[in-house]
Write a protein that binds this ligand. Structure first.
Ligand SMILES: Cc1cc2nc3c(=O)[nH]c(=O)nc-3n(C[C@H](O)[C@H](O)[C@H](O)COP(=O)(O)OP(=O)(O)OC[C@H]3O[C@@H](n4cnc5c(N)ncnc54)[C@H](O)[C@@H]3O)c2cc1C
Length: 435
């Protein structure tokens, strides 16, 4: 029998005692599980909560082969354990980029399909699934099935956003984006309150990428104080002489690393307050333009290795919801007021706009509306705050993102349409037992 060990995802909460097997070859997976054993696939553990935890974990982290890159059709095929960071290193020098990317590049391609990840361009380009052509799936009866919109299409769409509960994705083929440079032409604009930030999103609809950082500690007339970032892939003409020398530069700066878990008191209402003030006033003018590297624009947190340790050993939760467009501002107001009163400081609060999601992607998280992601240290007070936020989201017919969740009311996670199988995670047990 395999020795079990304690495993957690990016939030370091919760943990599971699990056995772990690794697939080493996507053609001949060679892993053993029987029909009664419950298993869950795991990529790089960059989901925050309990989605890729379970009794028996099957890891794809050694499936790291690039299989084909067709620069004419802009199609790429690789094994499912390949990280987005490795793809960027390969693609950028060739003038290619990922069509959709989340706020970290340390996720696997399999994890991107299973959570159907979104980026700062959802309002224009949809989720990662909009670019997926096909994949191979290992099902619980040990069969490898080819899935695409044409072949086994039901299983294809169930797997997208299916959170690993349909099988283990072994290989993925997807489309790429062409770029002239690896830089982003960025504008950052300060908004003094919620009305202003909503107007700014409205005015920025034609920009490819938009995102806002919100100071959750502000109240009353300053409620919703924020900074909007909007960006486009820069052309050669946008670059200064120095950057023009290497327009497709791959930046792999050595990152700053957090070597140990911070003591629990480090991150508190006061330290977050100071950080937020510095962040907001760092930019003096209302609007600032700059040409920045793709790392600065898409992955600012990746430059601090192990930043999740600043929340202390007990870990943290990320609470990400989406609510329909019509009531988004009203919900944001209610949630931000609740947080400000609770004095539970969220260090990161990121607001994005979702467009219409593909109707075939039945298990995907996005819906047309605004999505807010908040980080909270795990404390008794946080766990008391969650049901209060849940009640607001539920009232307004919103949803919680399964890739971040581990504590919310199961009625808030989209009900997954799945085939019978023996795939099961801590999350699916938690949610199914309560629905
Ligand atoms: C700093 C940070 C920022 C983030 N920003 C965003 C964002 O902007 N947008 C967004 O959408 N997400 C975001 N995320 C979440 C992250 O993109 C997703 O959770 C992603 O699924 C993680 O991929 P992973 O390879 O680490 O998979 P894991 O975390 O290991 O697993 C995630 C899910 O995918 C399943 N899975 C993984 N590999 C496979 C496979 N080969 N076959 C079948 N199922 C599999 C697992 O069972 C699990 O349900 C962010 C996460 C972090 C840490």
């Amino acid at each position: 029998m395999q020795k079990k060990k304690e495993i957690s995802n990016w939030g370091n909460f919760p943990t599971s005692i699990s056995s772990e097997q690794w697939i080493l070859n996507s053609k001949d997976p060679g892993i053993t599980f029987n029909q009664t054993e419950k298993i869950i696939p795991r990529g790089n553990g960059r989901c925050y909560g309990d989605a890729s935890l379970g009794e028996n974990i099957v890891s794809t982290r050694y499936l790291t082969n690039f299989l084909e890159l067709d620069e004419d059709t802009l199609e790429m095929e690789c094994e499912s354990g390949v990280l987005f960071s490795d793809l960027l290193d390969l693609l950028i020098p060739k003038g290619l980029f990922l069509p959709v990317t989340p706020g970290t590049k340390f996720i696997t391609v399999g994890g991107a399909v299973a959570a159907d990840v979104h980026g700062k361009n959802h309002h224009k380009d949809g989720c990662f699934s909009s670019y997926v052509i096909s994949f191979q799936l290992l099902t619980s009866d040990h069969k490898i099935i080819n899935c695409s919109k044409e072949e086994n299409s039901e299983l294809f769409w169930q797997t997208i956003g299916g959170m690993g509960l349909t099988g283990i994705i072994l290989r993925v083929r997807f489309r790429l984006l062409q770029i002239e440079t690896s830089y982003i032409s960025q504008e950052s604009i300060k908004a003094k309150n919620l009305d202003e930030i909503f107007d700014l999103f409205e005015d920025s609809k034609d920009w490819k990428y938009t995102v806002a950082w919100i100071d959750c500690l502000q109240k009353k007339k300053n409620l919703g104080r924020s900074v909007l970032l909007r960006g486009e892939h820069a052309s050669i003409d946008d670059l200064d002489q120095n950057k023009r020398k290497r327009p497709l530069l791959v930046e792999n700066k050595k990152s700053f690393s957090i070597p140990f878990f911070f003591p629990a008191f480090t991150l508190n209402w006061w330290t977050v307050k100071i950080f937020n003030l510095l962040y907001f006033y760092k930019q003096r003018s209302k609007k600032k333009s700059a040409v920045v590297s793709y790392n600065t624009f898409f992955y600012p947190l990746d430059s601090i290795e192990g930043w999740n340790k600043i929340y202390g050993k007990k870990g943290f939760i990320q609470y990400q919801f989406v609510v329909p467009l019509e009531t988004s501002k009203e919900v944001l107001r209610e949630i931000l007021e609740l947080i400000a009163v609770s004095r539970q400081a969220s260090f990161l609060a990121v607001l994005k706009l979702f467009g219409e999601n593909s109707p075939e992607a039945i298990n995907s998280f996005p819906m047309k509306g605004y999505t807010l992601a908040l980080d909270f240290k795990v404390t008794q007070k946080t766990l008391e705050l969650v049901p209060k936020m849940d009640a607001i989201i539920l009232k307004h017919k919103g949803r919680i993102y399964r890739a971040k969740d581990c504590v919310s009311d199961p009625r808030l996670t989209n009900y997954l349409q799945l085939p019978e199988s023996n795939f099961e995670s801590l999350q699916s047990i938690r949610i199914n037992s309560k629905i």
